[in-house]
Design a protein around this ligand. Structure first.
Ligand code: HEM
Ligand SMILES: *[C@@H]1O[C@H](CO)[C@@H](O)[C@H](O)[C@H]1NC(C)=O
Ligand SMILES: *[C@@H]1O[C@H](CO)[C@@H](O)[C@H](O)[C@H]1NC(C)=O
Ligand SMILES: CC(=O)N[C@H]1CO[C@H](CO)[C@@H](O)[C@@H]1O
Length: 621
């Protein structure tokens, strides 16, 4: 059989959006010659298999699957067999010890390259290692300290906008907080990462930020287009690719079909030219340090006290120019990082942030406890700072330092517990590029029902890392593993690293030493190879999330600001037809909150909550 055909395309939660497990196979059938000897659910669609169920049946389905079959099980797809993995030792091999046998799928890398250029998520091998080595120090704790002041005004602006909509007689008002949270995250990445003076919370989107916002939703429209991208990128020179793109986006092509392609092209061009402009400004500023102030910066951001605020691009360019020439990245690579950071940091953070605010609305006691912890911290910080009294107009949170903010125990517990239970990217894909044997910490069943503690994997097998199932293992977290209980972090032994642990400067090598003992040594101990506590939310190893400390800081700053000033609960008032709004989370490319019918349409993303200004009683728990 030599018929080329489209393979099943599965949204699989990939970097920043969905890793699209879009699989292109030139010669149908060849991969079916081998088989993975593992148990798994038998019922499957005759053509498309059962891997789709992971993405159609919701989080509980995925967790139950792992509970039933254990840390490794087999699923089927049109392409061939897929291994669904959550065993700690197996994951350690996939992302650290034996990482060279498991690569990001080509489809993922090449599509990212086509969209963003040469950033971290579009390179592999030596080029990736080199980029990572240069960039790791950019995300150090001391650099995060410098970036916090850029995020503080954004958190303050968000709460002020909500507060300004509330009646002053102390009664509740329903506000959809989702657009405000996603604009905060957008302003966060624009200002703190790129130094781009966006102010979408106030003024809405300009062309550039609109393009950034649209990129993820557009990608989901291209699932079926993505598999051919690697082939095109590898087989045509950029000249011919340009010609090809011109051809398919030419205005004379019958409209509707090509509308999305044209729109995608427009968005990528906008993103590209916006980043180029910002980058050129940065470089010019670096070469002539006197004129550091860019032309159009909002006074709000560009605060009176400290002049222009620092951003990650400044740090990156400084690190780069201080490095030896063999270690330096090219301008194209630096530019690629800008696009990649924004993309990788935007929807992931928005998703985690909105889930956290929703959970706090649902758990009034946790909300009150958090609020009181934050107020106490501000009080003691202002006592410590002799003579500094804060006025009504001054956001008191601005006085909470990075270390004070990051080390608040209950805030930390709330954020960790949210990221554990609802990882923004529940599944990541890897492809076996070199046949290998994967050891398991906990035995599972083979196809014939025998107990096995390792799995032979042939080349081309697809592996799904179940971040979700790993984060909810009952043996590790207890029988309440599926419940949101921030308190567990206040005493849990699962929390191995403290907040603010530095990323090792070459994380490709160091975690090996750090992790081998706890994984294999501790009696009954389960240690996941994650960079963040004992969980896989930010993955681990040389392709772990480089931005996790930034994400943690941004979430904490925004949640603290909201909770301190605003009290919020789930909607309680029936609409004209007597229906009360109920929020439901759908697992699409991301977990997307919608209002359940009949009160809502079940489709449009929204998090309507009842807000009012805080009162003294809201601090009691
Ligand atoms: C709650 C928020 C976030 C979550 C849950 C998250 C999760 C992840 C995960 C699971 C990966 C691994 C992807 C893979 O293996 O392909 C990853 C990679 C990455 N993340 Fe994040 N992320 C978050 C926020 C951020 C932020 C704010 C930034 C930027 C400042 C960022 C930048 C990156 C980059 C550049 C990579 C690619 C690293 C590499 O391949 O070397 N992420 N993230
Ligand atoms: C959790 O860990 C135990 C080993 O203690 C294992 O048997 C079980 O399959 C794991 N569950 C999941 C969902 O990975
Ligand atoms: C509070 O003010 C809002 C609007 O200003 C009004 O709709 C509401 O009825 C008032 N509630 C009370 C209890 O006075
Ligand atoms: C003719 C040619 O270069 N074919 C290549 C096109 O790209 C694929 C990878 O996607 C290669 O496997 C082919 O060799």
């Amino acid at each position: 059989m030599s018929l080329s055909h489209w393979q099943v395309t599965v949204t699989c939660g990939g970097i920043g959006i969905l890793s699209v497990l879009a699989l292109w196979k030139t010669f149908g059938g060849s991969s079916r010659k081998y088989s993975v000897d593992l148990d798994g659910p038998k019922e499957a669609h005759w053509l498309t298999g059962n891997v789709r169920k992971l993405f159609e049946c919701g989080l509980d389905y995925c967790v139950k699957l792992a509970e039933q079959y254990g840390g490794a099980l087999k699923l089927s797809s049109l392409y061939g067999e897929v291994v669904y993995l959550s065993d700690p030792l197996a994951l350690y091999h996939v992302i650290i010890k034996d990482q060279h046998s498991f690569e990001e799928p080509d489809v993922f890398i090449m599509n990212n390259k086509a969209m963003f250029g040469d950033g971290l998520i579009s390179t592999i091998g030596e080029q990736h290692r080199k980029q990572r080595k240069l960039l790791n120090p950019v995300f150090s704790t001391s650099n995060m300290r410098e970036l916090l002041p850029t995020l503080q005004p954004i958190a303050h602006k968000l709460t002020s906008i909500v507060a300004s909509k509330l009646p002053d007689n102390g009664s509740y008002k329903e506000i959809d907080v989702l657009p405000l949270l996603s604009r905060s995250a957008l302003d966060g990445v624009c200002q703190a990462i790129l130094g781009y003076p966006s102010n979408t919370l106030d003024t809405g989107n300009d062309e550039y930020t609109e393009a950034l916002r649209k990129i993820s939703p557009m990608i989901t429209k291209f699932l079926y287009f993505r598999p051919i991208v690697p082939m095109v990128m590898r087989n045509f020179s950029s000249y011919w690719i340009g010609k090809l793109v011109n051809l398919v986006t030419a205005p004379w092509i019958p409209t509707d079909k090509m509308k999305d392609v044209r729109e995608m092209r427009r968005i990528i061009e906008l993103m590209d030219s916006g980043s180029k402009k910002a980058f050129a400004g940065k470089k010019a500023a670096l070469e002539t340090p006197v004129t550091l102030t860019p032309a159009k910066v909002q006074p709000e951001v560009d605060d009176l006290k400290s002049g222009r605020r620092k951003d990650m691009m400044d740090i990156m360019l400084n690190v780069n120019s201080a490095s030896s020439s063999s270690e330096q990245l090219t301008d194209a690579e630096l530019l690629g990082q800008m696009n990649v950071m924004v993309f990788a940091g935007l929807d992931t953070t928005t998703s985690a942030l909105s889930r956290c605010i929703y959970l706090l609305a649902k758990n009034p006691l946790a909300q009150a406890r958090l609020r009181s912890e934050i107020r106490d911290a501000i009080k003691s910080a202002s006592h410590a700072q002799e003579g500094s009294s804060f006025s009504e107009h001054d956001n008191p949170l601005l006085h909470l330092s990075y270390d004070a903010l990051i080390n608040l125990p209950f805030l930390d517990a709330v954020v960790r517990e949210t990221l554990r239970l609802y990882p923004s990217l529940p599944h990541m894909g890897r492809k076996v590029v070199k046949a290998t044997t994967l050891p398991l910490q906990f035995p599972v069943r083979s196809s014939s029902g025998a107990e096995i503690s390792s799995i032979a994997l042939h080349e081309d097998v697809f592996v799904i890392i179940s971040i979700l199932a790993a984060n909810r293992n009952r043996t590790l977290w207890g029988d309440d593993a599926n419940e949101w209980k921030p308190e567990r972090w206040l005493s849990s032994p699962g929390r191995k690293d403290g907040p603010g642990t530095d990323i090792p400067s070459d994380s490709a090598d160091v975690p090996l030493l750090k992790l081998s003992a706890p994984i294999l040594g501790v009696k009954d101990g389960i240690k996941y190879p994650g960079v963040y506590s004992n969980m896989m939310t930010f993955l681990g190893g040389s392709r772990s999330c480089i931005g996790f400390k930034f994400a943690e800081m941004e979430m904490k700053q925004i949640i603290a600001a909201v909770v301190l000033r605003l009290h919020f609960v789930l909607p309680t008032d029936p609409d004209a037809n007597g229906h009360i709004k109920e929020i439901e989370w759908k697992l699409k490319a991301f977990h997307t909150p919608v209002v359940k019918p009949p009160a809502g349409d079940g489709v449009s993303p929204a998090v309507p909550l009842n807000f009012r200004l805080v009162q003294e009683e809201d601090f009691k728990w």
